[in-house]
Write a protein that binds this ligand. Sequence first.
Ligand code: ADP
Length: 583
Amino acid sequence: MTRPRPATPATGISALAGLLVVVFCIAGLLVYEAWSTGRSRRDIAERGLQDYAAYATWSTARMADATVTASLATLFRGLVGTRIAPAAALPPTSALEEGVRYLESCDCALPVPASYYFRVDSRSGEFTTIAPPASGQEAPSGFATAKVGSFAQPGIAVAPSASEKEDLIRALSKQTLPAGINFAVTFARIGDSARVVGFAPQRDSTGAQAGAFGFVAVPEVYARTLITHLWRHPQILPLAITRGMASDSLLTALVSTPDGKEIYRSSGWSAGLRSDTASLAPADGGMRVRVALRPDAVTRLGRGLIPSSRVPVWVGLLLLTGLLTAIILRNLQRQHELARLRADFTASVSHELRTPLAQIMLFGETLTLGRTRSETERVRAAEVIVREAKRLMQLVENTLQFSRAERPVVGLSPERLFLAPAIREIIAGFEPLADTRGVAIVAELEEQSSAVVDRSALRQMVLNLLDNALKYGPREQTITVRLSSLVRQNHVVRISVDDEGPGIFGRSREDIWAPFVRGDITDPPETGCGLGLAVVRELATRHSGAAWVESVPRGRGSRFVIELPAVAAESDRRTDSAPSAVA
Ligand code: ADP
Protein backbone atom coordinates (compact mmCIF):
# COMPACT_ATOMS: atom_id res chain seq x y z
CA MET A 1 0.00 0.00 0.00
CA THR A 2 1.27 3.51 -0.70
CA ARG A 3 0.05 6.63 1.02
CA PRO A 4 1.01 10.25 0.55
CA ARG A 5 3.24 11.46 3.39
CA PRO A 6 1.48 13.44 6.12
CA ALA A 7 2.19 17.08 5.71
CA THR A 8 1.03 18.30 9.15
CA PRO A 9 3.64 18.30 11.89
CA ALA A 10 2.15 16.75 14.99
CA THR A 11 4.58 18.25 17.46
CA GLY A 12 1.87 19.98 19.52
CA ILE A 13 -0.19 16.81 19.85
CA SER A 14 2.88 14.74 20.69
CA ALA A 15 3.90 17.25 23.36
CA LEU A 16 0.39 17.12 24.84
CA ALA A 17 0.43 13.33 24.78
CA GLY A 18 3.85 13.38 26.46
CA LEU A 19 2.49 15.71 29.15
CA LEU A 20 -0.45 13.41 29.76
CA VAL A 21 1.85 10.44 30.17
CA VAL A 22 3.93 12.49 32.62
CA VAL A 23 0.74 13.40 34.56
CA PHE A 24 -0.20 9.73 34.69
CA CYS A 25 3.29 8.81 35.91
CA ILE A 26 3.08 11.50 38.60
CA ALA A 27 -0.30 10.11 39.68
CA GLY A 28 1.26 6.64 39.84
CA LEU A 29 4.16 8.01 41.89
CA LEU A 30 1.77 9.73 44.31
CA VAL A 31 -0.22 6.53 44.76
CA TYR A 32 3.01 4.64 45.39
CA GLU A 33 4.11 7.25 47.95
CA ALA A 34 0.73 7.09 49.71
CA TRP A 35 0.89 3.31 49.71
CA SER A 36 4.40 3.22 51.15
CA THR A 37 3.49 5.80 53.82
CA GLY A 38 0.49 3.67 54.76
CA ARG A 39 2.71 0.61 54.89
CA SER A 40 5.28 2.23 57.17
CA ARG A 41 2.48 3.51 59.44
CA ARG A 42 1.18 -0.05 59.60
CA ASP A 43 4.69 -1.32 60.41
CA ILE A 44 4.95 1.17 63.27
CA ALA A 45 1.50 0.13 64.50
CA GLU A 46 2.54 -3.53 64.28
CA ARG A 47 5.60 -2.81 66.39
CA GLY A 48 3.40 -0.88 68.83
CA LEU A 49 1.10 -3.86 69.22
CA GLN A 50 4.09 -6.17 69.70
CA ASP A 51 5.28 -3.80 72.45
CA TYR A 52 1.84 -4.00 74.10
CA ALA A 53 2.14 -7.82 74.10
CA ALA A 54 5.66 -7.64 75.59
CA TYR A 55 4.53 -5.19 78.24
CA ALA A 56 1.46 -7.29 79.12
CA THR A 57 3.70 -10.37 79.52
CA TRP A 58 6.19 -8.58 81.72
CA SER A 59 3.41 -7.02 83.76
CA THR A 60 1.63 -10.40 84.20
CA ALA A 61 4.84 -12.10 85.39
CA ARG A 62 5.72 -9.35 87.84
CA MET A 63 2.19 -9.19 89.24
CA ALA A 64 2.16 -12.97 89.53
CA ASP A 65 5.36 -12.76 91.60
CA ALA A 66 3.84 -10.14 93.85
CA THR A 67 0.58 -12.08 94.18
CA VAL A 68 2.26 -15.40 95.04
CA THR A 69 4.57 -13.73 97.56
CA ALA A 70 1.66 -11.87 99.20
CA SER A 71 -0.39 -15.06 99.28
CA LEU A 72 2.38 -17.13 100.92
CA ALA A 73 3.24 -14.36 103.36
CA THR A 74 -0.39 -14.22 104.50
CA LEU A 75 -0.73 -18.00 104.66
CA PHE A 76 2.47 -18.55 106.65
CA ARG A 77 2.35 -15.33 108.65
CA GLY A 78 2.37 -17.17 112.09
CA LEU A 79 5.08 -19.59 111.01
CA VAL A 80 8.00 -17.44 109.87
CA GLY A 81 10.66 -15.57 111.81
CA THR A 82 10.55 -17.81 114.92
CA ARG A 83 13.00 -20.53 115.76
CA ILE A 84 12.19 -23.49 117.97
CA ALA A 85 14.37 -25.13 120.58
CA PRO A 86 16.40 -28.03 119.11
CA ALA A 87 14.31 -30.80 120.64
CA ALA A 88 11.03 -28.91 120.88
CA ALA A 89 7.94 -29.83 118.90
CA LEU A 90 6.95 -27.91 115.75
CA PRO A 91 4.23 -25.24 116.13
CA PRO A 92 0.71 -26.71 116.21
CA THR A 93 -1.25 -27.15 112.93
CA SER A 94 -3.68 -24.50 114.20
CA ALA A 95 -1.04 -21.90 113.30
CA LEU A 96 -1.41 -22.87 109.64
CA GLU A 97 -5.18 -23.26 109.90
CA GLU A 98 -5.37 -19.75 111.22
CA GLY A 99 -3.36 -18.54 108.19
CA VAL A 100 -5.70 -20.41 105.85
CA ARG A 101 -8.74 -18.89 107.49
CA TYR A 102 -7.29 -15.41 107.38
CA LEU A 103 -6.28 -15.74 103.73
CA GLU A 104 -9.77 -16.90 102.96
CA SER A 105 -11.52 -14.05 104.66
CA CYS A 106 -9.23 -11.04 104.43
CA ASP A 107 -9.60 -10.46 100.70
CA CYS A 108 -6.05 -9.16 100.82
CA ALA A 109 -4.27 -11.88 98.79
CA LEU A 110 -5.05 -14.76 96.48
CA PRO A 111 -6.52 -17.78 98.41
CA VAL A 112 -4.42 -20.85 97.58
CA PRO A 113 -6.30 -23.57 95.65
CA ALA A 114 -4.71 -26.33 97.74
CA SER A 115 -5.59 -30.03 97.50
CA TYR A 116 -4.47 -30.29 101.11
CA TYR A 117 -2.16 -28.65 103.65
CA PHE A 118 0.49 -30.44 105.65
CA ARG A 119 2.95 -30.25 108.49
CA VAL A 120 6.00 -32.45 108.42
CA ASP A 121 8.56 -32.96 111.18
CA SER A 122 11.79 -33.89 109.46
CA ARG A 123 13.36 -35.08 112.70
CA SER A 124 10.64 -37.58 113.64
CA GLY A 125 9.15 -38.08 110.17
CA GLU A 126 5.68 -37.20 111.52
CA PHE A 127 3.36 -36.07 108.70
CA THR A 128 0.09 -34.32 109.45
CA THR A 129 -2.42 -33.60 106.67
CA ILE A 130 -4.82 -30.66 106.94
CA ALA A 131 -7.91 -30.59 104.73
CA PRO A 132 -8.58 -27.47 102.67
CA PRO A 133 -11.69 -25.51 103.51
CA ALA A 134 -14.73 -26.46 101.48
CA SER A 135 -17.81 -24.29 101.41
CA GLY A 136 -20.44 -25.50 103.84
CA GLN A 137 -18.95 -28.99 103.93
CA GLU A 138 -17.26 -31.11 106.54
CA ALA A 139 -13.68 -31.97 105.79
CA PRO A 140 -13.22 -35.41 104.25
CA SER A 141 -12.53 -38.17 106.78
CA GLY A 142 -8.89 -38.64 107.57
CA PHE A 143 -8.24 -34.89 107.67
CA ALA A 144 -7.43 -33.22 110.97
CA THR A 145 -9.47 -30.06 110.63
CA ALA A 146 -13.08 -29.12 110.17
CA LYS A 147 -14.58 -26.69 107.71
CA VAL A 148 -13.17 -23.20 107.75
CA GLY A 149 -14.97 -21.44 104.89
CA SER A 150 -14.94 -21.63 101.12
CA PHE A 151 -12.28 -21.75 98.42
CA ALA A 152 -12.51 -20.86 94.79
CA GLN A 153 -11.87 -24.55 94.06
CA PRO A 154 -14.06 -26.45 96.50
CA GLY A 155 -14.04 -30.20 96.58
CA ILE A 156 -10.51 -30.81 95.28
CA ALA A 157 -9.21 -32.05 98.60
CA VAL A 158 -7.39 -35.34 98.26
CA ALA A 159 -5.78 -37.12 101.16
CA PRO A 160 -2.21 -38.20 100.20
CA SER A 161 -1.20 -41.85 100.15
CA ALA A 162 1.81 -43.06 102.14
CA SER A 163 4.07 -43.08 99.07
CA GLU A 164 3.01 -39.55 98.18
CA LYS A 165 3.91 -38.41 101.66
CA GLU A 166 7.34 -39.96 101.23
CA ASP A 167 7.77 -38.21 97.84
CA LEU A 168 6.81 -34.93 99.42
CA ILE A 169 9.26 -35.32 102.37
CA ARG A 170 12.04 -36.22 99.90
CA ALA A 171 11.26 -33.22 97.66
CA LEU A 172 11.28 -30.83 100.64
CA SER A 173 14.58 -32.17 101.95
CA LYS A 174 16.20 -31.11 98.65
CA GLN A 175 14.98 -27.55 98.94
CA THR A 176 17.31 -24.96 100.38
CA LEU A 177 16.12 -21.42 100.39
CA PRO A 178 18.50 -18.49 100.08
CA ALA A 179 19.05 -16.37 103.19
CA GLY A 180 16.19 -13.98 103.88
CA ILE A 181 13.65 -16.12 101.97
CA ASN A 182 11.21 -17.76 104.40
CA PHE A 183 8.81 -19.52 102.04
CA ALA A 184 8.62 -20.59 98.42
CA VAL A 185 6.65 -22.44 95.76
CA THR A 186 8.16 -25.27 93.76
CA PHE A 187 7.16 -28.01 91.33
CA ALA A 188 7.73 -31.59 92.55
CA ARG A 189 6.85 -35.07 91.39
CA ILE A 190 4.50 -36.59 93.92
CA GLY A 191 3.17 -40.03 93.18
CA ASP A 192 2.44 -40.21 89.48
CA SER A 193 1.92 -36.51 88.90
CA ALA A 194 3.63 -33.15 89.08
CA ARG A 195 2.36 -30.98 91.91
CA VAL A 196 2.78 -27.43 93.06
CA VAL A 197 4.19 -27.39 96.57
CA GLY A 198 4.20 -24.22 98.67
CA PHE A 199 6.15 -24.46 101.87
CA ALA A 200 7.63 -22.57 104.83
CA PRO A 201 10.65 -24.37 106.33
CA GLN A 202 10.94 -24.53 110.16
CA ARG A 203 14.38 -24.20 111.69
CA ASP A 204 15.59 -24.70 115.23
CA SER A 205 17.73 -22.26 117.13
CA THR A 206 20.90 -23.81 115.70
CA GLY A 207 19.68 -23.13 112.17
CA ALA A 208 19.08 -26.79 111.37
CA GLN A 209 15.92 -27.69 109.48
CA ALA A 210 13.31 -29.11 111.84
CA GLY A 211 10.40 -29.50 109.44
CA ALA A 212 8.01 -27.53 107.27
CA PHE A 213 4.44 -26.35 106.86
CA GLY A 214 2.96 -26.15 103.39
CA PHE A 215 0.31 -27.06 100.81
CA VAL A 216 0.04 -29.23 97.72
CA ALA A 217 -1.95 -28.08 94.66
CA VAL A 218 -2.73 -29.39 91.20
CA PRO A 219 -0.57 -27.30 88.77
CA GLU A 220 -3.37 -26.76 86.23
CA VAL A 221 -5.75 -25.48 88.91
CA TYR A 222 -3.06 -23.38 90.51
CA ALA A 223 -2.04 -21.70 87.22
CA ARG A 224 -5.66 -21.08 86.21
CA THR A 225 -6.52 -19.57 89.59
CA LEU A 226 -3.47 -17.33 89.44
CA ILE A 227 -4.01 -16.03 85.88
CA THR A 228 -7.76 -15.57 86.36
CA HIS A 229 -7.12 -13.61 89.53
CA LEU A 230 -4.47 -11.44 87.89
CA TRP A 231 -6.56 -10.55 84.88
CA ARG A 232 -9.40 -9.30 86.98
CA HIS A 233 -6.88 -6.64 87.77
CA PRO A 234 -7.32 -3.72 85.35
CA GLN A 235 -3.70 -2.62 85.42
CA ILE A 236 -1.92 -5.29 83.37
CA LEU A 237 -1.78 -2.77 80.53
CA PRO A 238 -1.84 0.97 81.28
CA LEU A 239 -5.33 2.43 81.57
CA ALA A 240 -4.52 4.99 78.87
CA ILE A 241 -4.19 2.11 76.40
CA THR A 242 -7.00 -0.17 77.58
CA ARG A 243 -9.43 2.69 78.30
CA GLY A 244 -10.96 0.48 81.01
CA MET A 245 -11.30 -2.73 78.97
CA ALA A 246 -10.88 -5.86 81.13
CA SER A 247 -7.50 -7.60 80.76
CA ASP A 248 -9.03 -11.01 80.10
CA SER A 249 -10.98 -9.56 77.17
CA LEU A 250 -7.73 -8.30 75.65
CA LEU A 251 -5.21 -10.97 76.62
CA THR A 252 -4.82 -14.71 76.46
CA ALA A 253 -2.08 -16.77 78.15
CA LEU A 254 -0.18 -20.02 78.06
CA VAL A 255 1.49 -21.15 81.32
CA SER A 256 4.12 -23.88 81.54
CA THR A 257 6.26 -25.39 84.27
CA PRO A 258 9.92 -24.29 84.40
CA ASP A 259 10.84 -27.35 82.33
CA GLY A 260 8.35 -26.38 79.62
CA LYS A 261 5.30 -28.59 80.24
CA GLU A 262 2.12 -26.71 79.42
CA ILE A 263 -0.22 -26.53 82.41
CA TYR A 264 -2.72 -23.88 81.40
CA ARG A 265 -4.02 -22.30 78.22
CA SER A 266 -6.70 -19.66 78.40
CA SER A 267 -9.51 -19.47 75.85
CA GLY A 268 -8.70 -17.80 72.55
CA TRP A 269 -5.08 -18.86 72.50
CA SER A 270 -3.70 -19.75 69.12
CA ALA A 271 -0.33 -19.88 67.45
CA GLY A 272 0.70 -16.83 65.48
CA LEU A 273 -0.67 -14.22 67.89
CA ARG A 274 1.53 -11.32 68.93
CA SER A 275 3.03 -12.66 72.17
CA ASP A 276 6.00 -12.63 74.51
CA THR A 277 7.34 -14.89 77.25
CA ALA A 278 8.50 -14.18 80.83
CA SER A 279 9.30 -16.33 83.88
CA LEU A 280 8.21 -15.94 87.49
CA ALA A 281 10.94 -15.68 90.15
CA PRO A 282 12.36 -19.10 91.22
CA ALA A 283 10.93 -18.67 94.72
CA ASP A 284 7.48 -18.20 93.14
CA GLY A 285 7.73 -21.46 91.23
CA GLY A 286 9.61 -20.18 88.16
CA MET A 287 6.61 -20.81 85.89
CA ARG A 288 6.86 -19.52 82.32
CA VAL A 289 4.03 -17.28 81.17
CA ARG A 290 3.42 -16.51 77.54
CA VAL A 291 0.93 -13.71 77.04
CA ALA A 292 -0.64 -12.71 73.72
CA LEU A 293 -3.04 -10.06 72.49
CA ARG A 294 -6.36 -11.58 71.48
CA PRO A 295 -7.15 -11.10 67.75
CA ASP A 296 -10.10 -8.80 68.46
CA ALA A 297 -7.98 -6.89 70.99
CA VAL A 298 -5.63 -6.04 68.14
CA THR A 299 -8.52 -4.34 66.40
CA ARG A 300 -9.71 -2.64 69.58
CA LEU A 301 -6.32 -1.49 70.80
CA GLY A 302 -5.05 -0.80 67.29
CA ARG A 303 -7.98 1.46 66.46
CA GLY A 304 -6.34 4.71 65.44
CA LEU A 305 -2.99 2.96 65.58
CA ILE A 306 -3.44 0.86 62.44
CA PRO A 307 -4.73 3.03 59.61
CA SER A 308 -7.53 1.45 57.62
CA SER A 309 -6.35 0.31 54.21
CA ARG A 310 -6.80 2.97 51.50
CA VAL A 311 -5.37 0.73 48.81
CA PRO A 312 -8.71 0.17 46.99
CA VAL A 313 -9.28 3.95 46.82
CA TRP A 314 -5.75 4.58 45.53
CA VAL A 315 -5.96 1.81 42.98
CA GLY A 316 -9.37 3.10 41.90
CA LEU A 317 -7.97 6.63 41.49
CA LEU A 318 -4.99 5.35 39.55
CA LEU A 319 -7.25 3.32 37.27
CA LEU A 320 -9.47 6.34 36.74
CA THR A 321 -6.47 8.50 35.91
CA GLY A 322 -5.23 5.79 33.55
CA LEU A 323 -8.63 5.55 31.91
CA LEU A 324 -8.90 9.32 31.46
CA THR A 325 -5.35 9.47 30.11
CA ALA A 326 -6.14 6.66 27.68
CA ILE A 327 -9.33 8.40 26.51
CA ILE A 328 -7.52 11.70 26.01
CA LEU A 329 -4.62 9.98 24.23
CA ARG A 330 -7.10 8.17 21.98
CA ASN A 331 -8.78 11.49 21.15
CA LEU A 332 -5.44 13.10 20.45
CA GLN A 333 -4.54 10.20 18.21
CA ARG A 334 -7.84 10.60 16.36
CA GLN A 335 -7.23 14.31 15.92
CA HIS A 336 -3.77 13.58 14.67
CA GLU A 337 -5.13 11.00 12.25
CA LEU A 338 -7.77 13.46 11.06
CA ALA A 339 -5.19 16.15 10.50
CA ARG A 340 -3.07 13.68 8.57
CA LEU A 341 -6.09 12.58 6.49
CA ARG A 342 -6.87 16.17 5.63
CA ALA A 343 -3.28 16.77 4.59
CA ASP A 344 -3.31 13.55 2.54
CA PHE A 345 -6.61 14.52 1.02
CA THR A 346 -5.49 17.97 -0.09
CA ALA A 347 -2.22 16.64 -1.51
CA SER A 348 -3.90 13.80 -3.44
CA VAL A 349 -6.79 15.83 -4.79
CA SER A 350 -4.50 18.62 -6.02
CA HIS A 351 -2.35 16.04 -7.72
CA GLU A 352 -5.39 14.36 -9.28
CA LEU A 353 -6.83 17.62 -10.55
CA ARG A 354 -3.61 18.70 -12.21
CA THR A 355 -3.37 15.86 -14.79
CA PRO A 356 -6.85 16.16 -16.40
CA LEU A 357 -6.68 19.97 -16.20
CA ALA A 358 -3.34 19.94 -18.01
CA GLN A 359 -4.86 17.72 -20.73
CA ILE A 360 -7.92 19.96 -21.07
CA MET A 361 -5.74 23.08 -21.31
CA LEU A 362 -3.43 21.49 -23.86
CA PHE A 363 -6.19 20.30 -26.19
CA GLY A 364 -8.28 23.44 -25.56
CA GLU A 365 -5.35 25.63 -26.67
CA THR A 366 -4.79 23.39 -29.68
CA LEU A 367 -8.39 23.94 -30.72
CA THR A 368 -8.40 27.66 -29.91
CA LEU A 369 -5.24 28.32 -31.86
CA GLY A 370 -6.50 26.20 -34.78
CA ARG A 371 -3.48 23.94 -34.66
CA THR A 372 -5.37 20.80 -35.69
CA ARG A 373 -4.37 19.52 -39.10
CA SER A 374 -7.58 17.65 -39.92
CA GLU A 375 -11.17 17.27 -38.88
CA THR A 376 -10.28 13.90 -37.29
CA GLU A 377 -7.64 15.57 -35.07
CA ARG A 378 -10.09 18.27 -34.10
CA VAL A 379 -12.72 15.69 -33.07
CA ARG A 380 -10.08 13.73 -31.18
CA ALA A 381 -9.00 16.85 -29.26
CA ALA A 382 -12.62 17.62 -28.38
CA GLU A 383 -13.11 14.00 -27.23
CA VAL A 384 -10.07 14.19 -24.95
CA ILE A 385 -11.43 17.40 -23.43
CA VAL A 386 -14.81 15.77 -22.81
CA ARG A 387 -13.23 12.60 -21.40
CA GLU A 388 -10.93 14.47 -19.04
CA ALA A 389 -13.76 16.77 -17.98
CA LYS A 390 -15.86 13.69 -17.13
CA ARG A 391 -13.00 12.30 -15.11
CA LEU A 392 -12.69 15.63 -13.33
CA MET A 393 -16.40 15.59 -12.64
CA GLN A 394 -16.19 12.12 -11.14
CA LEU A 395 -13.23 13.12 -9.03
CA VAL A 396 -15.09 16.14 -7.74
CA GLU A 397 -18.13 13.98 -6.96
CA ASN A 398 -15.99 11.48 -5.06
CA THR A 399 -14.39 14.30 -3.15
CA LEU A 400 -17.72 15.85 -2.33
CA GLN A 401 -19.11 12.50 -1.28
CA PHE A 402 -16.12 11.92 0.95
CA SER A 403 -16.52 15.27 2.67
CA ARG A 404 -20.25 14.57 3.08
CA ALA A 405 -19.40 11.30 4.77
CA GLU A 406 -17.60 13.33 7.41
CA ARG A 407 -20.71 15.49 7.81
CA PRO A 408 -23.59 13.02 7.86
CA VAL A 409 -26.23 15.76 8.02
CA VAL A 410 -25.97 16.01 4.27
CA GLY A 411 -28.49 13.31 3.44
CA LEU A 412 -29.31 11.06 0.52
CA SER A 413 -32.65 11.04 -1.26
CA PRO A 414 -33.49 7.37 -1.74
CA GLU A 415 -36.36 6.44 -4.05
CA ARG A 416 -37.67 3.16 -5.31
CA LEU A 417 -35.77 2.38 -8.51
CA PHE A 418 -35.85 -0.41 -11.03
CA LEU A 419 -32.14 -0.92 -11.14
CA ALA A 420 -31.70 -2.48 -14.60
CA PRO A 421 -32.64 0.66 -16.60
CA ALA A 422 -30.65 2.88 -14.22
CA ILE A 423 -27.52 0.73 -14.58
CA ARG A 424 -27.93 0.50 -18.33
CA GLU A 425 -27.99 4.32 -18.49
CA ILE A 426 -24.80 4.55 -16.37
CA ILE A 427 -23.03 2.03 -18.63
CA ALA A 428 -24.10 3.97 -21.73
CA GLY A 429 -22.56 7.14 -20.31
CA PHE A 430 -19.34 5.31 -19.53
CA GLU A 431 -18.92 3.56 -22.87
CA PRO A 432 -17.12 6.39 -24.69
CA LEU A 433 -14.38 6.21 -22.06
CA ALA A 434 -14.24 2.41 -22.34
CA ASP A 435 -13.97 2.71 -26.14
CA THR A 436 -10.71 4.63 -25.83
CA ARG A 437 -9.13 1.41 -24.50
CA GLY A 438 -11.10 -0.94 -26.75
CA VAL A 439 -12.98 -2.34 -23.73
CA ALA A 440 -16.38 -4.05 -24.11
CA ILE A 441 -19.00 -3.91 -21.35
CA VAL A 442 -21.48 -6.79 -21.00
CA ALA A 443 -24.54 -6.30 -18.80
CA GLU A 444 -26.47 -9.26 -17.34
CA LEU A 445 -29.33 -7.49 -15.63
CA GLU A 446 -32.43 -8.88 -13.97
CA GLU A 447 -35.14 -6.55 -15.11
CA GLN A 448 -37.46 -6.79 -12.06
CA SER A 449 -34.80 -6.00 -9.44
CA SER A 450 -35.63 -2.88 -7.54
CA ALA A 451 -34.29 -1.16 -4.46
CA VAL A 452 -34.79 2.03 -2.52
CA VAL A 453 -31.68 3.94 -3.48
CA ASP A 454 -30.42 7.43 -4.16
CA ARG A 455 -30.06 7.69 -7.92
CA SER A 456 -26.86 9.74 -7.96
CA ALA A 457 -25.31 7.50 -5.25
CA LEU A 458 -26.05 4.44 -7.40
CA ARG A 459 -24.45 6.16 -10.40
CA GLN A 460 -21.38 7.07 -8.39
CA MET A 461 -20.94 3.57 -6.95
CA VAL A 462 -21.27 1.82 -10.33
CA LEU A 463 -19.13 4.44 -12.11
CA ASN A 464 -16.35 4.10 -9.54
CA LEU A 465 -16.27 0.32 -10.00
CA LEU A 466 -16.37 0.65 -13.80
CA ASP A 467 -13.62 3.26 -13.70
CA ASN A 468 -11.41 0.98 -11.58
CA ALA A 469 -12.11 -2.00 -13.86
CA LEU A 470 -11.08 0.11 -16.83
CA LYS A 471 -8.01 1.59 -15.07
CA TYR A 472 -6.61 -1.64 -13.65
CA GLY A 473 -7.74 -4.10 -16.35
CA PRO A 474 -5.96 -4.66 -19.66
CA ARG A 475 -6.82 -3.02 -22.98
CA GLU A 476 -9.56 -4.76 -25.00
CA GLN A 477 -10.83 -6.69 -21.99
CA THR A 478 -14.50 -7.40 -21.30
CA ILE A 479 -16.09 -5.89 -18.20
CA THR A 480 -19.20 -7.73 -17.02
CA VAL A 481 -21.85 -5.99 -14.95
CA ARG A 482 -24.45 -8.26 -13.26
CA LEU A 483 -27.62 -7.45 -11.39
CA SER A 484 -29.64 -10.09 -9.54
CA SER A 485 -32.09 -10.42 -6.65
CA LEU A 486 -31.30 -12.96 -3.96
CA VAL A 487 -33.63 -14.40 -1.38
CA ARG A 488 -31.61 -15.73 1.55
CA GLN A 489 -31.97 -14.59 5.11
CA ASN A 490 -32.69 -11.12 3.74
CA HIS A 491 -34.00 -9.84 0.45
CA VAL A 492 -31.11 -8.21 -1.34
CA VAL A 493 -30.11 -7.05 -4.76
CA ARG A 494 -26.58 -7.62 -5.84
CA ILE A 495 -24.60 -5.61 -8.38
CA SER A 496 -21.23 -7.02 -9.40
CA VAL A 497 -18.53 -5.71 -11.74
CA ASP A 498 -16.02 -8.24 -13.12
CA ASP A 499 -12.87 -7.33 -15.02
CA GLU A 500 -9.99 -9.25 -16.51
CA GLY A 501 -7.24 -7.36 -14.68
CA PRO A 502 -4.56 -8.56 -12.25
CA GLY A 503 -7.09 -9.07 -9.43
CA ILE A 504 -6.72 -8.26 -5.78
CA PHE A 505 -4.68 -10.55 -3.63
CA GLY A 506 -2.96 -10.78 -0.27
CA ARG A 507 -3.69 -8.39 2.55
CA SER A 508 -4.82 -5.63 0.25
CA ARG A 509 -8.30 -7.13 -0.19
CA GLU A 510 -9.67 -5.35 2.89
CA ASP A 511 -7.20 -2.47 3.05
CA ILE A 512 -8.20 -1.05 -0.33
CA TRP A 513 -11.56 0.07 1.09
CA ALA A 514 -9.92 2.58 3.42
CA PRO A 515 -9.71 6.20 2.24
CA PHE A 516 -6.45 7.19 0.53
CA VAL A 517 -5.17 3.64 0.47
CA ARG A 518 -3.89 2.55 -2.93
CA GLY A 519 -2.65 -0.80 -4.08
CA ASP A 520 0.80 -1.56 -5.42
CA ILE A 521 -0.39 -2.14 -8.97
CA THR A 522 1.42 0.20 -11.34
CA ASP A 523 1.01 -1.56 -14.65
CA PRO A 524 -0.41 0.27 -16.52
CA PRO A 525 0.52 3.33 -14.43
CA GLU A 526 -2.70 5.03 -13.52
CA THR A 527 -3.57 7.99 -11.45
CA GLY A 528 -5.91 7.97 -8.47
CA CYS A 529 -6.12 9.19 -4.91
CA GLY A 530 -7.51 6.13 -3.14
CA LEU A 531 -11.03 7.50 -2.65
CA GLY A 532 -13.10 5.50 -5.17
CA LEU A 533 -13.69 2.33 -3.16
CA ALA A 534 -14.00 4.21 0.13
CA VAL A 535 -16.88 6.19 -1.41
CA VAL A 536 -18.49 2.97 -2.75
CA ARG A 537 -18.46 1.34 0.67
CA GLU A 538 -19.60 4.50 2.42
CA LEU A 539 -22.59 4.86 0.08
CA ALA A 540 -23.47 1.15 0.27
CA THR A 541 -23.34 1.28 4.07
CA ARG A 542 -25.53 4.38 4.15
CA HIS A 543 -28.12 2.40 2.17
CA SER A 544 -27.88 -0.39 4.80
CA GLY A 545 -25.99 -2.48 2.28
CA ALA A 546 -22.41 -3.68 1.90
CA ALA A 547 -19.55 -3.69 -0.59
CA TRP A 548 -16.66 -6.12 -0.92
CA VAL A 549 -14.28 -7.68 -3.36
CA GLU A 550 -14.57 -11.41 -3.96
CA SER A 551 -11.69 -13.77 -3.87
CA VAL A 552 -10.71 -14.64 -7.43
CA PRO A 553 -7.56 -16.62 -8.36
CA ARG A 554 -4.57 -14.36 -8.98
CA GLY A 555 -4.42 -12.95 -12.50
CA ARG A 556 -8.03 -13.91 -13.32
CA GLY A 557 -9.49 -10.48 -12.73
CA SER A 558 -11.52 -9.03 -9.87
CA ARG A 559 -15.16 -9.12 -8.88
CA PHE A 560 -16.41 -6.12 -6.92
CA VAL A 561 -19.83 -6.54 -5.35
CA ILE A 562 -22.40 -4.11 -3.99
CA GLU A 563 -25.35 -5.50 -2.06
CA LEU A 564 -28.41 -3.40 -1.27
CA PRO A 565 -31.66 -4.25 0.50
CA ALA A 566 -34.26 -5.11 -2.11
CA VAL A 567 -37.83 -3.93 -2.18
CA ALA A 568 -39.56 -6.97 -0.65
CA ALA A 569 -42.39 -7.56 -3.15
CA GLU A 570 -40.00 -7.62 -6.00
CA SER A 571 -37.44 -9.89 -4.47
CA ASP A 572 -39.43 -12.77 -3.06
CA ARG A 573 -38.07 -15.09 -5.67
CA ARG A 574 -34.66 -16.03 -6.81
CA THR A 575 -34.24 -15.16 -10.42
CA ASP A 576 -31.67 -16.15 -12.91
CA SER A 577 -33.10 -14.05 -15.66
CA ALA A 578 -31.53 -13.99 -19.09
CA PRO A 579 -28.83 -11.37 -19.51
CA SER A 580 -29.36 -8.54 -21.91
CA ALA A 581 -26.21 -7.45 -23.64
CA VAL A 582 -25.63 -3.74 -23.90
CA ALA A 583 -22.35 -3.82 -25.70
P1 ADP B 1 -7.68 4.59 -6.67
O1 ADP B 1 -8.24 3.81 -7.82
O2 ADP B 1 -7.81 6.04 -6.85
O3 ADP B 1 -6.33 4.14 -6.28
P2 ADP B 1 -9.71 3.22 -5.18
O4 ADP B 1 -10.22 3.41 -3.81
O5 ADP B 1 -10.71 3.22 -6.29
O6 ADP B 1 -8.58 4.29 -5.41
O7 ADP B 1 -8.96 1.85 -5.22
C1 ADP B 1 -8.04 1.52 -4.19
C2 ADP B 1 -7.05 0.50 -4.70
O8 ADP B 1 -7.72 -0.74 -4.98
C3 ADP B 1 -6.40 0.84 -6.00
O9 ADP B 1 -5.27 1.68 -5.81
C4 ADP B 1 -6.03 -0.52 -6.56
O10 ADP B 1 -4.80 -0.94 -6.07
C5 ADP B 1 -7.12 -1.42 -6.05
N1 ADP B 1 -8.16 -1.70 -7.06
C6 ADP B 1 -9.37 -1.11 -7.15
N2 ADP B 1 -10.09 -1.64 -8.18
C7 ADP B 1 -9.31 -2.61 -8.74
C8 ADP B 1 -9.46 -3.51 -9.84
N3 ADP B 1 -10.61 -3.55 -10.56
N4 ADP B 1 -8.45 -4.34 -10.12
C9 ADP B 1 -7.30 -4.33 -9.39
N5 ADP B 1 -7.09 -3.49 -8.35
C10 ADP B 1 -8.08 -2.64 -8.02
